[in-house]
Write a protein that binds this ligand. Structure first.
Ligand code: GLU
Ligand code: ZN
Length: 326
């Protein structure tokens, strides 16, 4: 299977940022959100925010509100009302029924403990262990009680990534047969994300590089559900000074924390825009000021290392001139 982009020269671009409300948006998340916004706005398209709260046990309403506030503070506001996955279970159930009618689903009876290890969604490239397909062939007679998986077709999938160029993956090496419905009664990430991207007419998916490894799986699911393939761009994650992912050790580096350290929003936007190749140097600006300088050709496939807060404050001061020193 091979997918090409752009989908169509004249189709209106529709992009989205789809955070899960399980934490605050840190600098790397904000950078990804900005990239998704810039990419559709330079084409005159629409940008949507979708709250991926399909996992009722891990998501918090107040975190979703904070995420929306932080995005709005940067100037990133959804062009349509915000879609919340928690309100879409009927639609996910219909998609599951469509797949079931194709005979591509099976019941997974692996233990709760196994599922907790294998199924919390989405996986990162680091912690990913493919599901080995142990339960293939089990019928869905007790679908309500069992977890449900999609039997992936055999073979590699290729797509053109706007940041990384041609990608080719065998999804059996990454996710294995993806979980679509969990024994705890939640629909799973892969099903919800694919159904919603289709329902919202998303033409381009811009997301963190940690999700590159689930793309082939999602392309297979789109094909099975008769949905179009969006274009993909997997944006590098901002790394902490020690090279680890920002969300983990330095997870608290969100908009509020940076403001508390004296960094103004315009400075943050300038730094993020600079890191996305829109500016020659970080200088305070609005997201609209970044549009003329945005091009995927200039977005680096490696993100800058975000220094710890104080270093970041100093870094911005050093690079942007004395007027910006807090
Ligand atoms: N909700 C996912 C996350 O927060 C992102 C899903 C996606 O962009 O495809 O990691
Ligand atoms: Zn199983």
């Amino acid at each position: 299977m091979r997918t090409d982009l752009p989908t169509s020269a004249c189709a209106p671009a529709v992009g989205r940022f789809a955070p899960s409300p399980t934490g605050i948006l840190h600098l790397g998340n904000l950078r990804t959100a900005l990239a998704s916004w810039l990419s559709v706005k330079v084409k005159g398209g629409q940008w949507l925010v979708r709250i991926e709260d399909v996992d009722r046990h891990r998501c918090r309403v107040e975190l979703a509100e904070r995420q929306l506030q932080d995005l709005a503070a940067l100037g990133l506001v959804s062009d349509q009302s915000v879609l919340r996955q928690s309100a879409r279970e009927t639609t996910y159930g219909e998609a599951l029924a469509t797949l079931q009618a194709q005979g591509t689903l099976y019941a997974c009876t692996c233990t709760r403990k196994d599922l907790a290890l294998m199924a919390s969604a989405p996986h990162g490239e680091d912690g990913l262990r493919p599901y080995p397909g142990s339960c293939r062939g089990r019928s869905l007679t007790q679908a309500k009680a069992d977890a449900v998986r999609f039997h992936l077709p055999v073979g590699e999938v290729a797509w053109e990534d706007q940041v990384r160029g041609l990608q080719r993956d065998d999804p059996h090496q990454y996710t294995g047969d993806p979980l679509l419905y969990r024994r705890d009664g939640c629909f799973a990430y892969h099903l919800a994300v694919v159904v919603d991207d289709g329902a919202q007419g998303i033409t381009e998916v811009v997301r963190g590089a940690d999700l590159r490894c689930v793309t082939a799986t999602q392309l297979h699911l789109q094909a099975a559900l008769g949905l179009p393939h969006p274009a993909y761009a997997h944006v590098a994650l901002v790394a902490a000074p020690d090279g680890t992912r920002l969300g983990k050790r330095y997870g608290a580096l969100g908009l509020q924390e940076l403001q508390d350290q004296g960094i103004a929003i315009a400075e943050m936007v300038g730094w993020l825009g600079y890191s996305l190749g829109c500016l020659d140097r970080p200088e305070p600006c609005s997201v609209h000021d970044l549009l003329p300088g945005f091009s995927w050709d200039r977005v680096p496939d490696r993100a800058p290392t975000a220094a710890p807060l104080q270093d970041l404050v100093e870094w911005i001061g050093r690079h942007a001139g004395p007027s910006l020193r807090p």
